[in-house]
Ligand binder design. Sequence first.
Ligand code: AMP
Ligand code: ZN
Length: 142
Amino acid sequence: MDHADCIFCKIVRGEIPCAKVYETDEVLAFLDIAPVAPGHALVIPKAHHVNLFDLPEALGGRLFAALAPVAAAIQAATGATGINVQMNNNAAAGQVVFHAHLHLIPRREGDGLRLWPGHPYADAAAMEAMAQAVRQAIASGR
Ligand code: AMP
Ligand code: ZN
């Protein structure tokens, strides 16, 4: 189902232009209008789903299947030697467009982009307590 006011649904319907790079019946990839680096692309389902949490499993699989060929093509076209796959889910994670999309961000050695500053757990017990909490949430279906 598409949504009248969703900017990515408008792109899918052709009401807003995009720099398309890849398309199947269910998946579209186009260049991000404000790239982290030239060649930065978005891979989206054509159907409107908000994000990871309401993406049907099979469609998620087909979205994922598009990543490797599009990422390889971006590397070939840009000379990048690596690609980050990023998905922002919900506002707290920086999601601005609420139509599911995966970012493909071309990378080069020494480009200076630091996506994941890591902070170790206080100790092994704190890490295990977190793992236990997540396992419990999975077991209870949350
Ligand atoms: P986010 O929801 O934070 O994952 O980011 C949405 C992304 O969509 C941003 O990187 C924007 O630059 C990009 N974007 C927004 N509008 C357009 C558009 N019309 N064409 C291409 N990219 C867009
Ligand atoms: Zn949409």
